[in-house]
Design a protein around this ligand. Structure first.
Ligand code: NAD
Length: 361
């Protein structure tokens, strides 16, 4: 029997509510697929600030490092918004990514037939969309040096950030992207701004060179402005997209919103080895926290991604994803995705319906 040690980081706001559902789901599939999970819970974000004075206690990072995988809910809330930057919940998240060396962020944007009318785009444009955005997470302009606001000789203030990538940084994210495309429809589009930026020219050259190692993957390149346009014009042309930190931040949000439902979107952040972090794309939704209104499905689908990518249990992952589709087919919806003719349920009830769907087959 496979034994997996999972660190749970429920965080803030709706985090504990949606995490409770995901844990129940994991325990249920564990019984079906003969997997044993050893869950250990740790503090991050606002909850950690309240308890320990810092957003990522050393103990939390240590526990994450010593586990097979990390399931995170969400961090943040109004209460902590005015703290200095180094004490903000978001700093805990950045510290976790850096501490685990998570350089690749995988964000699927899949249109579920049951939720197609939730998209702001026309049905014929989004029907069948199934995109994976692979974003570089620990380099580029968010981390490049020099950075800061400096005073020039004339006394003027000058804000500076630096977009920089090395060969090895590009190669490692490139390989994750090619391998991801191999598991999908074998099409990879690399997005850059090589017509203007030298760093992007290097990016394009390295990705092009890597393609020789993946002859089964069809590689294309787009400038980021065109990619943004194509994403809303004709998103079905994309399978896997790979891009740097800044462009990926923006494009992955745009791709996510094609689906129209933030409460449904999972993500994975992966390193070269060791535990990855799996979390919903949405935040801690403080406006509905503690009211049993949250949609737990993005958290549940994040757990499915964890099973697929970190724990190598694709059958268990498929089983969860299929159960989510069946529950939607049965018409059950939380408030964020409700439409006419559906049955409105709360977070806990959605979890119970899902457990039933998982065990009914
Ligand atoms: P948010 O994603 O928390 O909420 C945006 C809107 O979507 C809200 O109306 C919320 O009620 C709704 N929503 C989000 N998730 C939902 C779910 N599962 N079910 C139903 N409705 C849902 O974004 P925000 O309001 O901009 O940020 C709130 C807090 O979350 C802030 O402190 C922010 O810093 C933090 N945040 C954290 C993360 C993270 O943990 N990775 C990501 C984004 C924002």
């Amino acid at each position: 029997m496979a034994q997996h040690r999972i660190t749970l980081l429920p965080g803030d706001g709706i985090g504990p509510e949606i995490m409770a559902v995901a844990v129940k789901v994991l325990k249920t599939v564990g019984e079906t697929f003969d997997l044993t999970f050893e869950f250990q819970e740790a503090l991050i974000g606002g909850a950690a600030i309240d308890a320990t004075g810092e957003p990522l206690p050393a103990e939390t990072l240590e526990m994450c490092k010593n586990s097979d995988s990390v399931l995170l809910a969400a961090i943040g809330g109004y209460k902590w918004d005015t703290l200095p930057r180094h004490l903000r919940p978001e700093t805990g998240l950045l510290g976790l990514r850096a501490g685990l060396g998570l350089f690749a962020n995988l964000r699927p944007a899949t249109i579920l037939p049951q939720l197609i009318d939730a998209s702001s785009l026309k049905r014929e444009v989004v029907e069948g969309v199934d995109i994976m955005v692979v974003r570089e997470l620990t380099g580029g302009i968010y981390f490049g040096q020099p950075r800061g606001v400096f005073t020039t000789e004339t006394g003027e203030k000058r804000g500076v950030n630096t977009m920089a990538y090395t060969d090895s940084e590009i190669d490692r994210i490139g390989r994750v992207a090619f391998e991801t495309a191999q598991k999908r429809r074998k099409k990879l589009c690399s997005v850059d701004k090589a017509n203007v930026l030298e760093v992007s020219q290097l990016w394009r050259d390295r990705i092009t060179a890597l393609a020789a190692d993946y002859p089964d993957v069809e590689l294309s390149h787009l400038y980021v402005d065109n990619a943004a346009m194509q994403l809303v014009r004709s998103p079905k042309q994309f399978d896997t997209i790979v891009t740097g930190n800044l462009f990926g931040d923006i494009l992955s949000d745009a791709a996510a919103m094609l689906t129209g439902s933030i409460g449904m979107l999972p993500s994975a952040s992966l390193g070269a080895s060791g535990a990855g972090v799996y979390e919903p794309v949405h935040g801690s939704a403080p406006d509905i926290a503690g009211q049993d209104k949250a949609n737990p499905l993005a958290q549940v689908l994040s757990a499915a991604m964890m099973l697929r990518y970190d724990l190598n249990q694709p059958d268990a992952a498929n089983h969860i994803e299929q159960a989510v589709l069946r529950v939607l087919d049965q018409g059950y919806r939380t408030g964020d995705i409700i439409a006419e003719g559906n049955t409105l349920v709360g977070c806990e009830a959605m979890g119970n319906i899902l457990i039933k769907a998982l065990t009914e087959e």
